[in-house]
Design a binder for this molecule. Sequence first.
Ligand SMILES: NC(=O)c1ccc[n+]([C@@H]2O[C@H](COP(=O)([O-])OP(=O)(O)OC[C@H]3O[C@@H](n4cnc5c(N)ncnc54)[C@H](OP(=O)(O)O)[C@@H]3O)[C@@H](O)[C@H]2O)c1
Length: 375
Amino acid sequence: MKTSRRDIIKAGVLGAAAASASFPLIAAERETSPGRPLDILILGGTGFIGPHMVREALRRGHSVTLFNRGRTNIALFPDLETIKGDRNNGLDGLRGRRWDAVIDNSGYVPRHVRDSAGLLAPSVSHYLFVSTVSVYASFKQDLDENSALATIADESIEQVTGETYGALKALCETAVRQVVGEERSTILRPTYICGPGDHTDRFTWWPVRTSSGGEMLWPGRPGDAIQIIDVRDFANFTVDCIQKKIAGTYVTATPENGYTMGDLLRDCQAVTATKVDDTWVDEAFALSASKDSPVKNHGAFPVWHPQRGPDAVTAQIISKAARGAGMHNRPVRETIRDLMRWWRTLPDDRTSTMQAGMPAEYEAELIARWKKNHA
Ligand SMILES: NC(=O)c1ccc[n+]([C@@H]2O[C@H](COP(=O)([O-])OP(=O)(O)OC[C@H]3O[C@@H](n4cnc5c(N)ncnc54)[C@H](OP(=O)(O)O)[C@@H]3O)[C@@H](O)[C@H]2O)c1
């Protein structure tokens, strides 16, 4: 089985680096008062990440307009203006309007991004595009803003799949830079975005499963590194980029080599006040268990990647530039705490079946199989 961070992160939604100390500011905006409330347009805004951005922008006193088709979470922001339209040839509602900045949170198809960037470039001073670390060509070496990007043979493809997602997002990035200009655009490349509201259950699986106690299967070794980005930290940095006019490309993640699966076990137990009996299985076993898991969406061990063997994902995501530009990463334990608080507010029909991880019977079967062969 080929496992890549690109495929796995896609399953969830499914430039030039600025040096840490000298990130470029958008020239025209240097004269404007840093405290001036801004008019911000968000393309999207009602999924998982968007609402956090909306709330953060409003909290800071800015005005927000949403643009979407009116299908997802339509009752979320009754007091905000929502311009109804479709990124696929339905941008008319945006014509003749002006905003200080646009946050493009829903661009997956280069043509859609080229169209919105082209239409908005004359009427906004700043275009921020939410990309992904899935844009990278390989996950075998450490990644920063200058690492090689994935390509696609046929750039006219518009079908977004696990295979095309990363290369299409890379083309979307190029469209923004070309159409809006590097000095007026920001590209953010988040890794797994986690926290309250996450519909993928990828990171959520770990504390929720821990809270049930008993014998629990863990993949790889406790020292295996993982990286995420808390959705609130990502939303804060997004609004910072808009407000402080930070242009350029930024990878966003928790610090490299800063957090391990063992840390995750410790924090999940601490937050849920539950001690599990942890059974660690090797990479080969974990990968095969993941492939055969009845939960097909995100694998049996979401957010974890094997660090040895042919399917190893050894890359660390170097997000120093973003931290140099002001991105703050809260402790992962805080993410877990707030995730669990949110999870406990959800109705039973939402929490009864998780979108990631594995059913209890499958886990018990795997533990028995592992122990039989490794007694
Ligand atoms: N989740 C992760 O771990 C992760 C990791 C890396 C990158 N990302 C990136 O994060 C972004 C997605 O975040 P999110 O889903 O939480 O975003 P969001 O902005 O909260 O939600 C998606 C929004 O897009 C709108 N939308 C979808 N298709 C549209 C269309 N054709 N025309 C107009 N509006 C449309 C939806 O509303 P309607 O349905 O009503 O139109 C909804 O408001 C993507 O750019 C993704 O690549 C996510």
